[in-house]
Design a protein around this ligand. Structure first.
Ligand code: NAG
Length: 259
């Protein structure tokens, strides 16, 4: 090893392990109640997925930390509310956000039942392409959430509880005390979701034929949560989809009920 200083060897090993080890994801439950976080990777988009359970129970004010691949694509994390898995592994085991599979979501079909707030990630290893991330309300809202990157990149969030003041047509579901634990999207309650300006479907399936002005209740969600992704083509708002240079190799914290 003549000629290799300990520092050079350390730097070499660091470079080697950083490409292998990926990024650190922390999931913190800041809510004063239990949340059952869930994770899904769309395997139609990419094959890399975290080596971590796809669902777990998070008591109030607890966190977990795990590694996600540098090339994790189309990954999402959300919170499930008021779950009871005893004798029930179906998507209806939770009041909202439930998935097929029970505590751990099925890796092929285990997406969250709306209304559900989503933290979405597509990370990048290519210098020409940044990481993309957002807090999505496209499937409605069920918990305040934030994504905080390291490295000075912008926070994506919906920090407010949109349940209590939710428009009557969208409000709910309700827990046993009558409290609204969600606020549905206009698409979710649309009688004709196959061809609707609320869903950007049918003859409204492009950015120009599906402006935010045609989405009912858009301003309720966007004015309360301006840094979230509110409807299918919300990128034009400029504050929906966030990015972080891949060279930053940011770590991310997902928080339920951020302060
Ligand atoms: C969960 O569901 C089981 C089976 O239906 C029921 O016996 C139990 O009381 C429930 N637990 C809670 C905390 O609601």
């Amino acid at each position: 090893m003549q000629g290799f200083t300990p520092l050079a060897i350390f730097l070499l090993l660091s470079a080697l392990f950083s490409t292998v080890l990926g990024r650190t994801l922390t999931v913190y439950n800041g809510c004063p109640f239990t949340v059952w976080p869930a994770m899904f990777t769309d395997l139609n988009v990419g094959s890399a997925r975290p080596n971590y359970p796809t669902g777990w129970e998070a008591a109030a004010y607890t966190h977990v930390t795990f590694t996600v691949p540098d090339n994790w694509r189309a990954g999402r994390i959300w919170g499930r509310r008021n779950c009871n898995f005893s004798g029930n592994n179906g998507a209806n085991a939770c009041l909202d956000g439930g998935c097929n599979g029970g505590l751990q979501c099925d890796s092929n079909t285990g997406t969250g039942v709306p209304p559900v707030t989503l933290a979405e990630f597509t990370l990048s290893t290519a210098s020409s392409t940044p990481d993309f991330y957002d807090v999505s309300l496209v499937d409605g809202f069920n918990l305040p959430m934030s994504i905080t990157p390291t490295g000075g990149c912008h926070v994506a969030n919906c920090p407010h509880d949109l349940g209590p003041n939710c428009p009557a047509a969208l409000k709910g579901p309700y827990d046993s005390t009558g409290y609204p634990v969600g606020c549905k999207s206009a698409c979710q309650v649309d009688p004709n979701p196959q061809n609707s300006p609320n869903c950007c479907s049918g003859s409204h399936n492009t950015p120009s034929t599906c402006p935010s002005s045609g989405v009912q209740y858009y301003s309720y969600f966007k004015s309360n949560c301006p840094n979230s992704y509110v409807y299918a083509y919300d990128e034009s708002s400029g504050t929906a989809l966030w990015s972080c240079p891949s060279g930053t190799r940011a770590d991310y914290t997902v928080t339920f009920c951020p302060p």
